[in-house]
Design a binder for this molecule. Structure first.
Ligand code: AMP
Length: 579
């Protein structure tokens, strides 16, 4: 298929914020895409050339794109920089330059999806001497064949800044519309669907579950097209490919927690560390974070511990790696070990300085068998059987099974005394549901007045702080967008669990999308945990609510923006608080 067809879809997607319209554009395109191009098309629609969890990177910075544009169009660097300054977006710059250039050249052969996709994939595989030059030539080659619009989207994809609004929910719905209905009439879609709500929801859940297991819409779309719902239900976990871990709701107090999960409940320590998916096949171990990043290289100590102590040919475990103080043996807050996630050098040193203990709390796959629909208590007994526990290396999460609120309260206290964040309550006969917050487990934490929010704007400071961003507008997740809910400017002290203005500035600077006076708009990427006194109704912020006396507690680089608190949850918190 011609790349141009995809570009037309990008443009239509860019032009609307309406979710149904986006779904319709996407599903139209998916339906038209032939078998050979479907997988590539799905990736490109999401601005990807590999599954989300794949480690491979294209490795092209803005500066390299600048060079590429020079090469492709023969324009002087100063001129390109000028246009860039004016437009603020290199995709747009590419469009302008190619347009100017094309007045002289005749369009040659049309670009295909395959050509673009394969060239971009190739970027990730280059290594060694001359890599930079070869990358520039490859992309410049594409740009000289591209029309202006194509050039714009190639550049945006290479820079991983596509942003046409193909969020997960929209992709999922589009696959349902395209492949799980014979004929869907979009104009009358709302009526049609409300008449068959249940059927529609079943199909949505089916695609969502397939995605939660594979984290790969290309694969899901192919299977949906070829073998429909039946095929999707057959999708199995595969070792080496991450899935989305199960999430937990918040409980207000102990009796509220029992109410959700039933009695007796399994109560566990809530360790404040890094969630790890541990995948083992013979002696090969792969580790993924909850954001599906491969961190195997960063945790050689965990790999070794798993190899030594997990007696299984094949297993997928769900665990929390928590840091501890080597002298006192007490657990340390997440912030101490968070630096290990992104670490590229001196990894062994870091492992020695910030050792972790792996606390395994679930098992999802064991020697060829998926345990997703097995009861939690049975999964736990498999864990007991196959893990050779070793303190400060790998252990099972501390657990108490009880019906008794007093015993639960004592266990809670014990958890806090040992330096944990709180406790988890889990339903004994529940299955494991990847990716969802179904209430099979709930968390109870010491301070409940804190929320994870996303930074969407900031202000440059005054005087001494003029090089730092120092006042942050934070937002909650509101459907496909992020709606502001307050401004935080206090709370960052020199030692607020490792958060400094400098660090915040460094992180946020990369996400700035525009600037007006001292205020910058920021791409919603960075999640922070904010404490507050109260939630109030407020006309000032788009969410309709404001956090009173907010303060920054810590960075949550382990969380994706879509994991931030939702507007719905804010409304519930507001209602509960009124009570
Ligand atoms: P939160 O990050 O506040 O949403 O709390 C849920 C997180 O607690 C999970 O994603 C895990 O990373 C972590 N956690 C710590 N201990 C446990 C446990 N015993 N069971 C499940 N999750 C745990």
């Amino acid at each position: 298929m011609d790349y141009e067809v995809l570009v037309q879809a990008y443009e239509k997607l860019e032009a609307t914020t309406k979710r149904l319209e986006k779904t319709s554009i996407l599903s139209d395109l998916l339906k038209k895409t032939d078998r050979k191009d479907l997988s590539m098309g799905c990736y490109l629609l999401q601005g990807l050339v590999f599954p989300k969890w794949d480690e491979r990177k294209l490795g092209m910075s803005s500066m390299l794109i600048l060079k590429t544009l020079q090469r492709a169009t023969g324009t002087l660097k100063a001129k390109i920089e000028n246009i860039w300054r004016k437009e603020g977006d290199l995709g747009k710059v590419a469009e302008i330059l190619i347009k100017e250039n094309k007045q002289q050249t005749l369009i040659q052969k049309k670009l295909t999806i395959e050509k673009v996709f394969e060239t971009l994939q190739k970027l990730a595989s280059l290594e060694g001497q001359g890599t930079v030059g070869r990358k520039v030539s490859l992309v410049a080659g594409l740009l000289t064949q591209a029309n202006p619009k194509e050039a714009k989207f190639i550049v945006k994809t290479v820079l991983q800044e596509l942003r046409v609004g193909t969020a997960e929910g929209t992709m999922r719905d589009a696959i349902v519309w395209a492949f799980l209905y014979k004929d869907i009439d979009y104009d009358r879609q709302a009526n049609q669907l409300s008449a068959k709500r249940e059927e529609y929801e079943r199909k949505i859940t089916c695609v969502q579950s397939a995605y939660d297991i594979t984290s790969d819409f290309s694969k899901v779309a192919q299977i949906a097209r070829e073998s429909g719902e039946e095929g999707l239900k057959e999708i199995r976990l595969e070792i080496g490919k991450p899935f989305k871990v199960m999430l937990y709701q918040k409980a207000q107090d102990i009796s509220d927690a029992f109410k959700t999960v039933g009695r007796p409940a399994a109560i566990e320590f809530k360790y404040d560390g890094i969630r790890l998916q541990i995948e083992k096949k013979k002696d090969k171990v792969i580790l993924f974070t909850r954001r599906l990043e491969d961190v195997t290289r960063q945790f050689p100590d965990v790999v070794e511990a798993v190899n030594k102590s997990v007696k299984a040919d094949e297993a997928i475990l769900d665990a929390e790696a928590v840091g501890y103080d080597q002298k006192k043996g007490k657990y340390l807050p997440f912030q101490f070990i968070s630096q290990r996630i992104k670490r590229k050098y001196n990894i062994e040193d870091m492992a020695r300085k910030f050792p972790v203990e792996v606390n395994v709390f679930d098992i999802i796959y064991y020697n060829g068998k998926s345990l997703l629909s097995e009861k939690f208590e049975n999964r736990r007994s498999i864990l007991r059987k196959i893990i050779n526990e070793k303190e400060k290396s790998i252990v099972l999460a501390k657990q108490l099974v009880t019906t008794d609120e007093k015993k639960a309260a004592a266990f809670y206290k014990k958890a806090l005394m040992a330096g944990n964040e709180g406790i988890m309550f889990k339903k004994l006969d529940a299955a494991y549901r990847p990716g969802s917050r179904v209430g099979y487990g709930v968390k109870l934490k010491e301070i409940s007045e804190e929320v994870d929010v996303v930074v969407v704007a900031a202000e440059w400071g005054e005087g001494k702080r003029s090089a730092w961003l120092s006042s942050f507008t934070v937002a909650c997740k509101d459907g496909d967008k992020y709606s502001p809910i307050g401004k935080v400017s206090t709370g960052i002290k020199e030692k607020t669990e490792g958060v400094t203005y400098e660090k915040m500035t460094k992180l946020l600077k990369k996400q700035i999308t525009s600037q007006k006076g001292k205020v910058v708009a920021i791409n919603p990427e960075v999640v922070i945990e904010v404490g507050y006194e109260e939630i109030q109704k407020s006309p000032t912020y788009a969410s309709g609510f404001a956090l009173r006396f907010p303060r920054v507690l810590r960075l949550r680089q382990d969380k994706a923006p879509k994991e931030a608190i939702t507007l719905e949850e804010i409304k519930t918190l507001f209602a509960k608080q009124k009570k």
